[in-house]
Design a protein around this ligand. Sequence first.
Ligand code: UN1
Length: 507
Amino acid sequence: MSETYQHYIAGEWTDGDGSETFTSRNPATGETLGEFQQGTPTDIDRALAAAEDAEDEWQALSHIDRAEYLWDIYHELRDRTEELAQVVTKECGKEISEGRADVIEAYHMVEWAAGDARHPKGDVVPSEIPSKDAYMRRKPRGVVGCITPWNFPVAIPFWHMAVALVEGNTVVWKPAEQTPWCGQIIAEMFEDAGIPEGVFNMVQGFGDVGAEIVDDSRVDTVLFTGSAEVGQEVAAKVAQQPGKLAACEMGGKNAIVVTEKADLDIAVHSAVMSSFKTTGQRCVSSERLIVHEDVYDEFKERYVDLAEQVSVGDPLSEDTFMGPLIEPEHLDKVRRYNDLAKQEDVNVLVDRTELDADEIPDGHEDGNWVGPFVYEADPDDPLRCTHEEVFGPHVALLKYSGDIERAVEIHNDTDYGLSGAIISEDYRQINYYRDNAEVGLSYGNLPCIGAEVHLPFGGVKKSGNGYPSAREVIEAVTERTAWTLNNSKDIQMAQGLSADIKTSGDD
Ligand code: UN1
């Protein structure tokens, strides 16, 4: 890439209003991947005007005709999976099987949204009055503003946009500033598909651009996936704007419960996957492992052994398990939390914060490298390291005694509630966990990562206020209207309400 890449507004590529540009870098090498125009609030203003202008024409199409554009993108994503997997891996540092899975998750989402165009919409609702027909109908909300993160730079934009578009909304999207190249390619796909002018708009940039989407009254729904800090601000700002909706999905301090009835092969495998895949940078990654005292020593030995050995390195190599962290600032954050854990006096079991020089492949010296950091802590101690989300391979082993109720109490002792898992062969323990774990996504005898796109994806507590993804995104991007038609010449009311008009002359 050599030119400066632009925004896509009103069906055209444009430099926009700003004079600044920003650089996308490969987090494994520090190498420059491309230069991008940095958007401004004025660019968002233009994109929103275009999105508003395009609404009527787009809404006049059927769901099925709108989905045709998405089917084109589906085929392009499938045909270019390998190429795009490399782009994802180069730009966000996930190892190549994860880069590929990101693209596959994207086309699964597009397939779901486009296929859903042919499914029934709304409900027929019985009325108390036999001569009335009642329906719940859905209408597009209008303009949807999408703010997406870097860790799933292809999949999550489609979580937000695929359903929003098929349902008849127009879109203004700000990709994460760490992964603008993925943003560029997605915008090119919409252009290739010939999406009508103004229906899809992309503005590259930073938080000021996202803030404009959140503040502007022309946006009817904000879909946000990202940090809890920003998500709460988004939700709070949107709450002050009557009629506007925000669906936010934020992080977690997710946990896996390993009971005394666990199969330890499954436990260790699930825990390693959940804590170290994506170098701990999934919203659903697990930073807490809550392990029963009867199996604690064996679990600890096996888990620590693997944490010492998991391969960190070139994410383009099929032999790598963990790539780099996304950016130097994030590396600083993870290092600070590892230091904090030490200050909080936990018992450190694995400390690969600084990797040995021979672990870092040639030509990758400028990458944002970190390895696993594993420690044991007392679940009753109110430590910051066991309660705050780090978003890295920073993992606490928390030993518990007693029953499943105690394990779930520790599990729920967090402000977050996104994902979690139980490892047990005992169905009573599994069912107790299923019913009492305070999370949006939960798993039995599996890692707590890897949800499929047709599941609702979202959290409770500080982890989110909505489901900006997949099937559930329909709630955020459509309005439900209740439509009741009277087929009789008489007016009859529900709830036994009298329909008689009484006048002063009546006896
Ligand atoms: C995220 O963690 O930010 O469930 C998204 C999963 C993926 C999506 C993760 N399908 O792990």
